[in-house]
Design a protein around this ligand. Structure first.
Ligand code: P53
Length: 476
């Protein structure tokens, strides 16, 4: 039976702000991640007004990859990585975001990092904006509610494509652009779009406006990238949590379909270059008057993506309720617990079959190559006195997901480019800012309070994943 294709991109994924640290080094500016404190499951991260004394900001040091990347990439090479997904911190290239010229020290850092990857034959896979826009763009411009950000982002993207075109082939524009469908909470609007809402502000149209500007910026970046070098592959990045109906009651099924519309229309715009009609009708029904120009619509059509990058951690479930006759989806209220699946310690529903379902969903809708650029199990690991970490639960999670991923490829015929499990080395959690929510094959000695030696060591899953890659996914 055939398996994954030759040249399949096995690797691991991280994001600049979650591992680099060095938050002020090499001329780097303050990013939105630098003003977020540590939280916990059920305790949101605080978004402070600038960097305040006496607060714990876990991303400032993170795991100090900025100084230790050579040691870490050597371990990735030992794992057999074919690729390594990270992001470029926008604030290293443009510390405030609105400069006309980039910061050379920041550019040099990524040159060195990509050279180090290529030394081992590891292909860098790069996200341009991964929850780390310059904080200055929030305070001076109101984040992505401001059209001016399109130009700032396109300048940043163009500089990156020009500089790294011979070192980086695979790109993505905005990480998990659709997280902001959850606009009632503060986290996603801020991390996706640098949005801080006024008390009582009608949040939803602001989110749609910001997302629109991002989608235009993404399309213009794709177009610019192609003009710079037609061999670049530029994708989108969608957080895929498929939403199931809790029952087969027709209104539950309809509710789930509406929920999928509301969470995944972003993919339609990225892939097809236009808004789906259901969303235009929704804007009209709700009376949203958005700044969407004819020029924008033309730009969207000229910047369709080459592939769909997506994360998959969990599935969701929803049901219809009598107080919601139009079956509108509100992510902060409409989700229900799925009785058929287990949950992680952070309440994330563990559903390997949902990955196969998601791959088929994307493939049926868009017929574009898929790249699973995040998947993984955040768990509390215990380091034994001899330094070992027996993370069999992580092996079980990943093996079950890879097994379903293989069915999607082999039995269902989905075109899959690669697989990069999240947090291949322990790093700061995006959602909670914790260190103790670990994903890695490599343990990093650091705790939630910021204490620890930062020493790296291999977990049990290290040897396991090394063998998965060596056998091209045959041995799980
Ligand atoms: P953490 C929510 C739902 C799905 C993925 O998340 C998410 C989030 C945001 O928390 O984020 C992605 O660290 C994101 C990564 C993040 C990873 O999933 O909260 O792209 O930056 O670290 C895991 O456990």
């Amino acid at each position: 039976m055939p398996g994954f294709k030759e040249g399949f991109l096995w690797g691991g994924a991280v994001a600049a702000h979650q591992l680099e640290g060095g938050w002020k080094e090499g001329g780097k500016g303050v990013s939105v991640a630098d003003v977020m404190t540590v939280g916990a499951h059920g305790v949101p991260r605080e978004i402070t007004n600038g960097v305040l004394q006496g607060k714990n900001y876990p991303n400032h040091e993170a795991i100090d990859f900025y100084h230790r990347y050579k040691e870490d990439i050597k371990l990735f090479a030992e794992l057999g990585f074919k690729c390594f997904r990270t992001s470029i911190a926008w604030t290293r290239l443009f510390p405030n975001g609105d400069e006309l010229e980039p910061n050379e020290a920041g550019l040099q850092f990524y040159d060195d990092l990509f050279d180090e990857c290529r030394k081992y034959g590891i292909e860098p896979v790069i996200t341009l904006s991964h929850f780390e826009m310059p904080y200055h763009l929030v305070t001076e411009y109101g984040g992505w509610r401001n059209r001016k950000l399109i130009d700032f982002f396109v300048r940043f993207a163009t500089v990156a494509f020009e500089r790294y075109q011979h070192k980086v082939k695979y790109w993505m524009t905005f990480n998990e652009i659709n997280n902001q469908a959850n606009f009632h909470e503060d986290f996603a609007p801020f991390t996706n779009s640098g949005l801080k809402y006024e008390p009582g502000e009608d949040r939803e149209p602001v989110m749609f406006q910001a997302a629109h500007y991002e989608l235009v910026a993404s399309a213009l970046a794709v177009k610019a990238g192609r003009e710079i070098n037609p061999s670049l592959q530029i994708g989108c990045m969608i957080a895929m949590c498929p939403i199931y109906p809790l029952s087969c009651a027709p209104n539950d099924v309809m509710m789930a379909m509406n929920a999928m519309h509301r969470r995944y229309w972003f993919t339609d715009v990225h892939v097809r270059g236009k808004y789906p009609q259901h969303l235009l009708n929704y804007f009209e029904r709700r009376g949203f008057e958005l700044d969407i120009t004819a020029e924008d619509l033309a730009a969207l059509q000229q910047g369709c993506v080459d592939y769909i990058g997506f994360s998959y951690y969990m599935s969701f479930a929803t049901k219809a309720t009598p107080d919601n006759p139009q079956l509108d989806y509100d992510e902060s209220k409409s989700l229900v617990s799925n009785p058929y699946v287990q949950k992680s310690d952070w309440g994330w529903q563990i559903d390997p079959v949902g990955l196969r379902y998601s791959m088929n969903w994307f493939w049926d809708h868009y017929q574009l190559p898929l790249f699973i650029v995040e998947n993984g199990f955040g768990a509390i690991d215990v380091q034994e006195s001899d330094g070992t970490v027996n993370d069999q639960y992580r092996i079980d999670y990943l093996a079950a997901h890879i097994s379903e991923m293989k069915k999607a490829v082999v039995e269902d015929g989905v075109d899959l480019m690669g697989y990069t499990p999240w947090g291949c080395i322990d790093l700061v959690s995006a959602g909670t800012g914790e260190m103790k929510k670990r994903y890695g094959f490599i343990f990093v000695d650091k705790d939630n309070e910021g204490h620890g030696t930062l020493k790296r060591s291999k977990k049990k899953s290290f040897d396991w994943y090394q063998n998965v890659i060596a056998t091209n996914g045959e041995s799980l």
